[in-house]
Design a protein around this ligand. Structure first.
Ligand code: UDP
Length: 236
C-alpha cells in the first residue's frame, strides 16, 4: 500500500537503531499504524517522509494483519513505546543520552525523572514541551544538549513532518517519533493492560479511555477494507 516497512524483530530493530547511532549517519524512526498508512495513500509528501526513515516499524496489529493478507508478512508488531524501552535499556548499558521533546508542559520533565529512576545510567540530556509557536529555541536547546537520541512526541503525522523538516538542522544521532509515549512514561496516561496488548487490542483500550479517538479510528475499517480489496483484486 505504498509504505515500506522493515521486517525486523524487536531485537533486530533495536540493534539497527544502535548501529545508526554509532555510524554517524543521521536518521529518524517512524512507527506507522493503519491510520498513518491510510493517510500515506493519499498524501504523497507524507509517504515520502515515512519511506525516507532509517527504520519503519509496524505499530499496530492492523499493519501486521494487512501485511500478512497481502503476502508480505512482517516479523512482529513493534509498538513505539516498547521499542523505546528496549532501546533505553541498551543505551543505558553504554551511558548514552536522550532528549525528550513533546507533550504538555511538565510531562517531558516528569517522564525524564521517572526514566532516570528506571535506567540510572541513561542520561536525560534535556526536555521541551510540544506546545510552541516558534521551534527555534527548542532546536537550539536540543543542539546544545548533543543527545544521542531525540524522542519527538507531537502526535502523527506532525512529528514525522517535524523530524524530516529539521533533520539537517539537528545535532542528534537518531530521532524517533513516538506519539503519546511521554504521557505514559510520565504516568499521566496508563498503558493498556497486558491482556489488551497481547491480543492486539490496545487500540480498543485507547478508544474506551478516549472515545473522541473514534474520529481517527474510522480509518481502521477503511484500511482493512482496502487490504481485502487489494487481495481479492490481486487474486483475480
Ligand atoms: N502534542 C504535542 N503538541 C501538540 C499536539 C499534541 O506535544 O501540538 C502531544 C500530546 O500532548 C500527546 C502527543 O502529542 O502527548 C500525541 O499523543 P497521541 O496519543 O494522540 O499520539 P499517537 O500516539 O496516537 O500518535
Amino acid at each position: 500500500m505504498g509504505v515500506k516497512f522493515d521486517a525486523l524483530t524487536m531485537q533486530q530493530a533495536v540493534s539497527q537503531a544502535c548501529e545508526i547511532m554509532d555510524s554517524g549517519e543521521k536518521a529518524y524512526v517512524v512507527t506507522p499504524n493503519p491510520e498513518i498508512v491510510w493517510l500515506c495513500r493519499k498524501d504523497e509528501s507524507l509517504r515520502e517522509i515515512v519511506n525516507a526513515a532509517g527504520l519503519v516499524l509496524p505499530d499496530g496489529i492492523g499493519v501486521i494483519l494487512g501485511a500478512s493478507v497481502l503476502g508480505t508478512p512482517l516479523c512482529e508488531r513493534i509498538a513505539g513505546i516498547d521499542f523505546a524501552e528496549v532501546l533505553f535499556a541498551e543505551m543505558a548499558m553504554v551511558g548514552k543520552s536522550v532528549y525528550l521533546f513533546g507533550a504538555k508542559p511538565g510531562i517531558a520533565e516528569e517522564a525524564g525523572r521517572r526514566l532516570g529512576e528506571k535506567y540510572p545510567s541513561l542520561i536525560i540530556a534535556g526536555t521541551s514541551d510540544g506546545y510552541f509557536d516558534d521551534d527555534t529555541p527548542i532546536i537550539e536547546s536540543i543542539n546544545a544538549a548533543k543527545a544521542d537520541l531525540l524522542l519527538v512526541c507531537l502526535g502523527s503525522p506532525r512529528q514525522e513532518r517535524w523530524m524530516a523538516e529539521n533533520l539537517d538542522k539537528l545535532d542528534v544521532k537518531l530521532m524517533a517519533g513516538l506519539g503519546g509515549s511521554l504521557d505514559v512514561f510520565a504516568g499521566a496516561v496508563k498503558r493498556a493492560p497486558v491482556f489488551f496488548q497481547r491480543f492486539g487490542l490496545e487500540w480498543l483500550y485507547r478508544l474506551i479511555k478516549q472515545p473522541r479517538r473514534i474520529v481517527r479510528m474510522i480509518k481502521l475499517p477503511l484500511f482493512m477494507f482496502c487490504v481485502i480489496w487489494r487481495r481479492v483484486r490481486g487474486k483475480r
